[in-house]
Design a protein around this ligand. Structure first.
Ligand SMILES: Nc1ncnc2c1ncn2[C@@H]1O[C@H](COP(=O)(O)OP(=O)(O)OP(=O)(O)O)[C@@H](O)[C@H]1O
Ligand SMILES: [Mg+2]
Length: 381
């Protein structure tokens, strides 16, 4: 288990206006994998480096298991080598003059708890077996593929049997197919060992695929957190909705609400939505609609479709994205059909699926904005 309270890190410098990590509270339960997800510069790597002891915080407390490894109040600071952690970074960082197994043995053969060669080799082979590389143990590191080198890094991080695994964008140097395979491998090993893990990524698909819990960060703070399915299907802030790929947003106001639903008056008509948080009649909201929840038709069979014009389409292999102008708004509709046959300039009717759109109070969760909703510190559920 990892517990973090009130963690703050500020880098000195003329241009620095915000704390890189700005008061983070975080609990990673025993055996769970939590991802830190957010845009470039939001403080993911810094948070991970603070947990690892590679960077010294300015304030707060960090516990790993039952041990306090940092406390500003009690003046505790445990160095990186004394923390029970394994770390994997984006660059594979395997040593090119060694074989796979020598790379994995290296941490076992250094430091105060240096193991004899046969035992170090046995442990290293166990770790390589865990990541499916036992057959390539004696191959020189440069003769391994990118994915294999990344798995050597993972094996090396696991060989000391750490309490906690810290992974910083471990997949981002790999191409798409390999990325999925190594991602699955990491999740499989993590679940098999039941090892408490923090996984940093800026890729929402990757975060959804591997996480027990997703933590969304912006400007050094936590904006939202929850199980992957919840963050995906029921975002509570505009930032999260956009970050999770809900590209369609429409301003509106609440006409009626209750039981977690709300009727929203939009420029093009009324729509029944799922309410994110407490809403009251007259509240200004932004309605977020997934592209998959917008259907297109040439005829307005329901009488409730929004009249629009196709601007352009993008083919993705398993689906089409149609960009349709409705009034001043450009909406994206994703259609999983072999042939739709719409092209630039065609008139269409856009129909949102009822109760899939999400109405979020305007400005909710904007860390940097004036309407900031302070979610960090409280579990936003
Ligand atoms: N050593 C440093 N000195 C000064 N500023 C730093 C240092 N390390 C990070 N920062 C700043 O702290 C902020 C957070 O950086 P961090 O590397 O944690 O972001 P990140 O979320 O990991 O981004 P990315 O997705 O690009 O890796 C950024 O504004 C960055 O410029
Ligand atoms: Mg980073």
């Amino acid at each position: 288990m990892i517990e973090i309270r009130g963690l703050i890190k500020r880098f000195e410098g003329k241009a620095v206006t915000r704390n890189a990590v700005d008061g983070i509270d975080l609990t990673v339960p025993e055996g769970q994998l939590v991802t830190l997800l957010g845009p470039s510069g939001c403080g993911k790597t810094t948070t991970l480096r603070l947990i690892a002891g590679l960077e010294r915080p300015d304030a707060g407390e960090i516990r790993i298991g039952d041990k306090v490894v940092y406390s500003s109040d009690d003046h505790v600071y445990v160095g990186v080598h004394q923390r029970p952690i394994g770390v994997v970074f984006q660059s594979y960082a395997v040593w090119p003059h060694m074989t796979a197994v020598q790379n994995v043995m290296f941490p076992l053969r250094s430091g105060q708890k240096k193991l004899p060669v046969p035992e170090a080799r046995r442990k290293a082979m166990e770790a390589l077996d865990l990541v499916g590389l036992a057959d390539l143990a004696d191959r020189p590191a440069p003769a391994l593929s990118g994915g294999q080198q990344q798995r050597v890094s993972l094996a090396r991080a696991l060989t000391r049997e750490p309490e906690v695994l810290l992974l910083d964008e471990p997949l981002s140097n790999l191409d798409k197919g390999l990325r999925d395979r190594v991602r699955d491998e990491i999740r499989a090993v993590q679940q098999r060992l039941g090892i408490t893990t923090v996984f940093v990524t800026h890729d929402q698909d990757e975060a959804l695929a591997v996480s027990d819990e997703v933590i969304l960060m912006e400007f050094g703070r936590i904006v939202e957190r929850g199980p992957a399915q919840q963050v995906y299907a029921r975002p509570r802030s505009e930032f999260t909705a956009r970050f999770m790929g809900i590209s369609n947003s429409l301003p509106g106001s609440v006409t009626t609400c209750g039981d977690g639903l709300a009727d929203i008056a939009l420029a093009h008509g009324e729509l029944r939505c799922v309410a994110a948080g407490e809403l009251a009649e007259g509240d200004r909201v932004n309605v977020f609609v997934r592209p998959e929840s917008l259907s297109l038709s040439r005829k307005d069979s329901t009488g409730r479709g929004w009249k629009g014009t196709v601007e352009f389409s993008i083919y993705h292999g398993d689906c089409w994205d149609y960009h349709v102008r409705v009034g001043d708004t450009l909406l994206r509709s994703r259609i999983y059909k072999e042939k739709v046959g719409l092209s630039h300039g065609d008139p269409v009717f856009v129909s949102p699926d009822e109760e899939t759109a999400i109405a979020i109070p305007a400005g909710a969760g904007a860390v940097g904005g004036q309407d900031a909703t302070p979610l960090s510190g409280s579990r936003a559920r």
